[in-house]
Write a protein that binds this ligand. Structure first.
Ligand SMILES: [Zn+2]
Ligand SMILES: [Zn+2]
Length: 335
């Protein structure tokens, strides 16, 4: 009876955790504004928000208004404030709750939930990931706020809102196409940053977190952060995509990005999605290190294609580049 109760409690805890991480991921960057403001624009303001702008009634700021209008950035301050404030409330607030609930309160039961139960980030690295992650959040929320503002004000975009514009077949086909586009670029850009020079000078910042937490997700060199954001945010400018495909797919990717870095051993809901331990292993350091392997995020496909899935009989030390590791026996002999 006791074990049944604790199983139910465990199940509820994990469910609450998953939902909360999803919310955290949802608010992690500013793209959600496109969806919210789009609904707001269509249903409350109408299709031409610029004509309804309160700014037009103010004559004292004509110069700045015309500048903002020229760049389609009306109400920029509002969009940036919303994007940044919500991002930080969720990142610090909910991320902090996870830290408290799992890493502080259940620290002694780490074997029940943690990918690496015997190891935790050092306090120095905890502080580092929090500060660097927060700085990147500010960067990401600002960039996304600008883009969302530009699009909401009628700037050029290939985002579309009526499924009938391109038909159901296009709509449905664009879901796996966009998903694989993200998975493909995430794999190759990630693998690119494991080339020796790029790894040592850029990607190693992210790999200092050998036992990642949710805060590690966006704690990386700002250049790498912008690289990963760039291929997501350019899509609404060259690829016709429905807003109901674009936003949920990005949220899915953010969600599993958080899960991958949470350090909490969670199986994925979908067969194509690796469990959290897959990327946790990518960060793992110990007697056997796994650094340069398991580069993918949202499927095994590209790791499988390039034979970069972790193998039991090989070691993947930080100084063994290329994604193939070394035979365990030969390494043992030399050490
Ligand atoms: Zn890496
Ligand atoms: Zn990572």
């Amino acid at each position: 009876m006791f074990s049944t109760d604790s199983n139910i409690r465990e199940c509820i805890n994990k469910s609450v955790f998953m939902v909360t991480v999803f919310l955290l991921a949802t608010a992690a960057r500013g793209e959600w504004l496109l969806m919210i403001i789009y609904l707001f624009k269509e249903q409350i303001i109408g299709p031409s928000p610029t004509k309804n702008s309160a700014l037009e009634n103010r004559t004292t700021e004509v110069i700045s208004e015309s500048f903002l209008e020229r760049w389609r950035l009306q109400n920029l301050h509002l969009m940036l404030t919303m994007s940044i404030v919500v991002s930080f409330i969720m990142f610090w607030g909910i991320g902090g709750v996870f830290q408290y609930y799992f890493y502080y309160k259940r620290r002694n039961q780490a074997a029940d939930w943690k990918c690496q139960p015997d190891k935790f980030l050092t306090p120095e690295n905890e502080k580092h990931e929090f500060l660097l992650g927060s700085a990147n959040m500010l960067l990401g929320a600002t960039v996304s706020g600008f883009i969302a503002c530009y699009i909401v004000n009628g700037g050029y975009t290939t985002l579309y809102y009526n499924i009938s514009d391109r038909g159901w077949l296009y709509f449905l086909a664009s879901i796996p196409a966009f998903y694989m586009y993200i998975d493909c670029l995430a794999y190759y850009f990630h693998r690119l940053t494991h080339i020796k020079w790029l790894y040592i000078n850029i990607h190693k910042v992210h790999h200092r977190y050998h036992q990642p937490t949710a805060f590690s997700t966006v704690a990386m060199h700002p250049a790498e952060f912008l690289l990963h954001q760039s291929y997501l945010i350019i899509v609404p400018f060259y690829f016709p995509i429905h807003v109901a495909v674009y936003i949920p797919t990005i949220l899915y990717v953010y969600y599993y990005g958080m899960m991958d870095h949470s350090g909490i051993n969670m199986s994925a809901l979908w067969p194509w999605q690796p469990p959290s331990i897959f990327h946790d292993n990518h960060h793992k350091e110990g007697t056997i290190r796994y650094f340069h392997v398991n580069f993918g995020f949202n499927s095994y496909l590209f790791d499988w294609l390039h034979d970069t899935l972790r193998k039991e009989d090989r070691v993947y030390g930080e100084d063994i580049f290329g994604g193939k590791g070394q035979q365990l026996l030969s390494t043992k002999k030399s050490s």
